[in-house]
Design a protein around this ligand. Sequence first.
Ligand SMILES: NC(=O)c1ccc[n+]([C@@H]2O[C@H](COP(=O)([O-])OP(=O)(O)OC[C@H]3O[C@@H](n4cnc5c(N)ncnc54)[C@H](OP(=O)(O)O)[C@@H]3O)[C@@H](O)[C@H]2O)c1
Length: 300
Amino acid sequence: MMEAKKPRVGFMGFGEAGYHFAKGLTRAGLTGLAAYSRSGARAAAGDPVCARAMDAGVELVKSPRELCRRADIIIAVTPGKNALAALRSARRYLRPDHVYVDASAAAVGAMEKAAALIGGKAAFADAAILGPVPLEGVRVLMLASGPGAAPFRDALAPYGANVQVIEGAPGAASAMKLIRSVFMKGLTGLLLESMEAAERCGIRGALEADISRWVDERPFSQVINRFVGSTAVHAERRMHEMADVLALLRALKSSSRMTRATRAWFREISRMGLRERFGGAVPETIAPVIEALVGKTVTR
Ligand SMILES: NC(=O)c1ccc[n+]([C@@H]2O[C@H](COP(=O)([O-])OP(=O)(O)OC[C@H]3O[C@@H](n4cnc5c(N)ncnc54)[C@H](OP(=O)(O)O)[C@@H]3O)[C@@H](O)[C@H]2O)c1
């Protein structure tokens, strides 16, 4: 059987993410990696960046032009604020058989702009890295969207890369990463607020154990359905409960910003008349609740 042709991979930017990702690809058997960064281009033998390049099996090249000549798949891992400048420096050297993957953490608008800048010159993918590359290396989960997403996934999967293609144009992967933070970071806020109050009450250990057990006992897909669906019909009752919670937090002189926001959510939902619309029954899926939210006028 003929061996599949090895992809030629180049990194635009060779900092922490580029180094660890490249090292993983090399360890998995990929050869011929190249990287360009401004400091790498100026580096002399003995500079730390040269040692890192050697360790990762990467050749540092002197210009974006050389990078584009040496690689078919270009993975940009620059600070988000430099993403468009990096692309502009490489743009004129891109060919239709290039895949340009922007994996820097940039705003959704920047990814849309990058796609427009590239136009039909190459296949573009917006990629969002969802974990720490020094810890997870090439296996770090990456979401990718846009025309270059599937070619990127297919070329690097044999070398251990974990690229999940999500539907949508460039910008969708970055949007997913940011919206995911609404939940992930919001959950952190809830934990901080509930643990602070529990500590003030002398029950932090018990609360931590109770919440952990509760979370471990059920698949989270059930939690999503139950919480969102039942809130649509029980929002008013829950709003009153949150008023009692708020009174307790105030008495404890404990932080309450997340609780105040939760109460405001329940108030807003109770005023939307969803209980009446669903005949008092919890809907089977969250779709009609979310559609109602999307259809309402935003009040904040
Ligand atoms: N590290 C992680 O675990 C991780 C996780 C998730 C997401 N990310 C994202 O991945 C991106 C890179 O992160 P990092 O940790 O590797 O950052 P870093 O260590 O600061 O490295 C950034 C690299 O980009 C280069 N660079 C900056 N401007 C450039 C330009 N215009 N053209 C070419 N190269 C340029 C820098 O070199 P010069 O200044 O010498 O050009 C440097 O090599 C960031 O957007 C970050 O948010 C990183």
